[in-house]
Design a protein around this ligand. Structure first.
Ligand code: S3P
Length: 179
């Protein structure tokens, strides 16, 4: 793509937003930023500590402000947390400022990728599968309504998936420019 716009990755935990996003930015020759990692960097604590001290509501407020700030500049790939799209202002801002890619994946794949993870407070339960299914039932329509492009990350390695995203973005752009 000539002048990479702001590319936003949305999708559930374990969709591959960070690993694919980093690779995508490398292939496009632009910056990569991850809103959760940036939040941890700024606050000096990790996500579970924010949840512990300020609750999920406190985390969501910080997440919203972080994404609002990070989406101000174009020419970068921005990975968001799985619940970022719960906020209507965030959904509007992301769609307006960027090209939003929903990384779709199966519950089985999410479980495989988040197994043994201790950095995701919402999955610290005896039954992460049920939790992931609940979250998907609540959020899937929001991922779809926020996205310009949907890419399935179930099969293929990270470099290949990044290539598929670039192709999907080019197809979207061609269609969009023609309209
Ligand atoms: C969350 C997803 C996490 C992180 C936080 C809450 C969610 O990000 O923002 O633990 O609500 O789905 P990842 O999607 O990068 O794991």
């Amino acid at each position: 793509m000539d002048h990479p716009p702001l590319i936003v990755l949305i999708g559930p935990m374990g969709a591959g937003k960070s690993s694919i996003g980093r690779q995508l930015a490398r292939q496009l020759g632009c910056d990569f930023v991850d809103s959760d990692r940036e939040l941890e960097h700024r606050t000096g604590v990790d996500i579970p500590v924010i949840f512990e001290i300020e609750g999920e509501d406190g985390f969501r407020r910080r997440e919203k402000a972080m994404i609002e700030e990070l989406s101000e500049s174009g020419g970068r790939v921005l990975a968001t947390g799985g619940g970022a799209i719960l906020d209507p202002d965030t959904r509007r801002i992301l769609r307006h400022r960027g090209v939003v890619v929903y990384l779709q994946t199966s519950i089985e794949e999410q479980l495989r990728r988040t197994r043994r993870d201790r950095n995701r407070p919402l999955l610290q339960t005896g039954d992460p599968e049920t939790r992931l299914r609940q979250l998907m039932a609540e959020r899937e329509h929001l991922y779809r309504e926020t996205a310009h492009v949907v890419v399935d990350t179930g099969a293929g390695g990270v470099p290949q998936l990044a290539k598929e995203i670039i192709q999907a973005l080019e197809a979207w752009k061609a269609e969009h420019d023609g309209s």
